[in-house]
Structure formats: structure tokens, C-alpha cells
Design a binder for this molecule. Structure first.
Ligand code: AP5
Ligand code: MG
Length: 197
């Protein structure tokens, strides 16, 4: 199973990805967690990306894609990708790669959460400089400018769906799992045309 989780900062991508990974026995691959680990470990990549994370800007595509290639290829039983793709450019570039592997995505899940709730969650969490109020504001602007067009680009594909992410983590998880279940049933039905491209 291959899942993508798309949502604004604080939408609950990490929270839901962890649960989906446990439920379906697949790898949880978070671009943000991996980047933060590189910063902590002061790797060459970490030193290059630190200022982007501190400002809340997107890291250049090539760096993110190089970093993700290995864990994605290693996830033989499937994965839930949290935080990638984040732009139309990343979606287009990665599609060419996964296609050659016969590994198209099976579902893309958009976690929809109102802005005031996003801000509340992020300020309450306070994950270092990244969650300072001005940086949170900037991350939300970057989401609007770069990721909302990705949602529009994916809109109308049968494997893309939106869930209300403002409910409790359990309610959101049950909703996502139910939708995935229905998508896989559709994919097993001949002529349904679900879950590819
Ligand atoms: P990333 O780590 O992806 O950060 P983000 O998108 O800003 O999102 P967060 O991880 O802060 O939130 P989340 O949606 O995972 O929510 P969470 O579950 O933690 O990216 C960080 C940076 O890396 C980017 O700014 C960029 O620089 C770079 N980057 C990453 N990917 C990139 C890419 N593809 N291209 C370029 N650059 C990239 O929940 C948040 C809080 O809310 C927690 O405290 C949680 O407990 C709480 N919570 C969760 N769900 C609920 C709920 N249902 N009800 C109440 N509280 C909840
Ligand atoms: Mg996260």
C-alpha cells in the first residue's frame, strides 16, 4: 500500500501517518522528520537545509528527492509518505520515478483543518524556532502558495480524498481507514478504473 498525506502545518500528518503505518504494516516516511534529523546530526545535507527549516521555507526539490529515494525504494511492503509531495513540481518529478517502478500511489489523503486550529496546535506544541509565531505564519503562507495548487492539481482523481482533520485523532483515523477500504474494494471491481495514474 502506498499512501500520501497532504495537509497544512499542524494538520496532523505525522499523527495520522504513524497510525496508518501501524495499522497497515507499512513504513512511515516523513520528509520533515528526516530533514530535522539531518539538522540534528549536522550532516552535509543538514547544514544545507537548516536555514530553510528555521525560516519555514521549502527545501529545494532536488535535495528532498535525493533524500527520499532510498527510504521509498527500501519500503518493500509500502509506505505512507508524510509531507511529500508538497508542490506540483515535486508531484510531477516523483511520478516519473515511481512509474518506472510500477509503484503508483494508491491514495492521496488531504487533511483539512481550519487555520485557527492549525495555529492553536502549532503554538501549543512549540517545536523550537519552527513553531515561533512569525515562522508558523510564514509556513501557512507557503502552504497556501505552494501546496494548495497541488491539491487543485490532484482534484478529481478517484484516489484523492479529503477528510475533516479537525476532529479527534481517532475519528480522523477511522474515517481515513474506511475510505481506503472502499477504494481498495473499488480497485478490485473490474471496470471501476480506481486507484491508478
Ligand atoms: P514538516 O515536518 O512536514 O512540517 P509541517 O508541514 O509544517 O507540519 P508539522 O509536522 O508541523 O505538522 P503535522 O501536519 O505533521 O501535524 P502533527 O501530527 O505534528 O516539514 C518541516 C519543514 O521541512 C518544512 O517547513 C520545509 O522546510 C521542509 N520540508 C518538509 N517536506 C518538504 C518537501 N516535500 N519539500 C520541501 N521542503 C520540505 O500535529 C501537530 C500538533 O497537533 C501536535 O502537537 C499533535 O499532537 C496535534 N494534533 C494532531 N492531530 C490532532 C487532532 N486531531 N486534534 C488535536 N490535536 C492534534
Ligand atoms: Mg509532521
Amino acid at each position: 500500500m502506498r499512501l500520501l498525506l497532504i495537509g497544512a502545518p499542524g494538520a496532523g500528518k505525522g499523527t495520522q501517518a504513524e497510525r496508518l503505518a501501524a495499522r497497515f504494516g507499512i513504513a512511515h516516511i516523513s520528509s520533515g522528520d528526516l530533514l530535522r534529523q539531518h539538522v540534528t546530526d549536522q550532516t552535509t545535507l543538514g547544514l544545507r537545509v537548516k536555514s530553510y527549516l528555521d525560516r519555514g521555507d521549502l527545501v529545494p526539490d532536488a535535495l528532498v528527492m535525493d533524500m527520499l529515494r532510498k527510504p521509498v525504494l527500501a519500503a518493500a511492503d509500502g509506505y505512507v509518505l508524510d509531507g511529500f509531495p508538497r508542490t506540483v513540481e515535486q508531484a510531477k518529478a516523483s511520478y516519473a520515478v515511481v512509474r518506472t517502478l510500477g509503484a503508483e500511489v494508491q491514495a492521496a489523503i488531504h487533511l483539512d483543518v481550519p487555520r485557527n486550529e492549525l495555529v492553536r496546535r502549532l503554538l501549543a506544541r512549540g517545536r523550537g524556532s519552527e513553531d515561533a509565531e512569525s515562522v508558523v505564519e510564514h509556513r501557512l503562507q507557503v502552504y497556501q502558495a505552494r501546496t494548495v495548487p497541488l491539491l487543485e492539481y490532484y482534484a478529481g482523481r478517484e484516489w484523492m480524498f479529503t477528510v475533516d482533520g479537525a476532529r479527534s485523532p481517532d475519528a480522523v483515523h477511522d474515517d481515513i481507514a474506511g475510505r481506503i477500504q472502499r477504494l481498495s474494494e473499488m480497485a478490485r471491481t473490474p471496470d471501476s478504473g480506481a486507484a491508478q495514474t
